[in-house]
Design a protein around this ligand. Structure first.
Ligand code: GTP
Ligand code: MG
Length: 303
């Protein structure tokens, strides 16, 4: 059955793609069989990560980037990762994506990813969704993540090019921004440049960049946007392409895959210990009835 779905996806069938996307979201076994088959067809899409603080305008920017890419005739996939709301589900996420105007366009495929609880798996699921859209022939895959926690940094690290969206004011000055996020930026977007403080933010960013030296010698570009008015969008794409056209280094690709494999293994291992075992073991340890190390030892033996 997955072969048939794979063929239809490769032929550009959007309904087959939607079906496969729900397999990936729901962590169904079909997803693995399908992706195993589709893997040789991946590696063509430009995977573009868009990360930044809540409310920075990431979705608005993704919407505008999508619009610009569609005008060039490119097909687009959008994955909105929302680790903050494991319980809200699709409706609220859909609302947060702010991409309603593209819903009728088969050239734009939009999916939201939320955690399935506290055992994580979000990074692995996002990777697999990215592979699916890549194999389906999307020219560009945008991955929106809120850049707050370690998981999100991991997810952003999976992109070939990462945009970090900053906003003037909001106490969002460079010192306050998590170091992990600053380091993964290939392009900085100063969004909401219509608000006061954009000059100050750009100065701070420049002085930060003059001190930070990346191993690949790239100095991240800085672009100002007013995403809500569609300003600075072509400049953003230009900056992305300038970085991307240097050719993704084999090192970066290998590094991305080693992170992905770690996430995929983590998820498979965690999946093999039923959730109730964690609950029971937690109680045993809390009551000093068992030693956590002997529990780990037993689990590893069993695997
Ligand atoms: N003034 C101004 N407002 C903007 C700009 N871009 C986006 N906004 C507004 O900022 C708010 C948040 O925008 P979103 O695109 O939802 O931000 P987000 O980063 O995706 O938010 P989360 O996904 O909730 O973290 C919305 O009300 C937008 O209309 C801008 O350039 N200037
Ligand atoms: Mg958003």
């Amino acid at each position: 059955m997955t072969e048939d779905v794979a063929q239809r996806i490769l032929a550009g069938d959007v309904r087959a793609l939607a079906r496969a996307a729900s397999w990936v979201e729901n962590r169904r076994p079909e997803a693995e069989a399908l992706l195993r088959e589709l893997f040789p067809r991946t590696g063509r899409a430009l995977i573009l990560g868009v990360t930044g603080a809540p409310g920075a305008g990431k979705s608005t920017l993704c919407d505008q980037l999508t619009e610009a890419l569609r005008a060039e005739g490119k097909t687009v996939g959008v994955i909105a990762v929302d680790p903050t709301s494991p319980y809200t589900g699709g409706a609220i996420l859909g609302d947060r994506i702010r991409m309603q105007r593209h819903h009728a366009d088969p050239g734009v495929f939009i999916r939201s990813m939320a955690t399935r609880g506290w055992l994580g798996g979000l990074a692995a699921a996002t990777t697999e969704m990215t592979m699916l859209l890549d194999a389906a022939g999307r020219d560009v895959v945008l991955v929106e993540t809120v850049g707050v926690g370690q998981d999100e940094v991991e997810i952003a690290r999976l992109a070939a090019v990462t945009i970090v969206v900053l906003v003037p004011g909001m106490g969002d000055d460079v010192q306050a921004i998590k170091a992990g996020i600053m380091e993964i930026a290939d392009v900085f977007v100063i969004n909401k440049a219509d608000l006061p403080g954009a000059d100050k933010l750009e100065r701070e960013l420049k002085s930060y960049l003059s001190l930070a030296h990346r191993p690949d010698g790239w100095t991240p570009s800085i672009v100002r946007t007013v995403a809500s008015e569609g300003k600075g969008i072509s400049e953003t794409l230009e900056a992305v392409r300038e970085y991307h056209s240097r050719g993704s280094s084999p090192d970066r690709a290998a590094q991305i895959w080693s992170v992905r494999l770690r996430e995929m293994l983590r998820e498979r291992l965690l999946d093999r210990v039923p959730a109730q075992d964690f609950v029971a073991a937690g109680r045993e340890v809390a009551e000093q009835r068992r030693n956590p190390y002997s529990i780990l030892h037993d689990w590893l033996e069993r695997l």
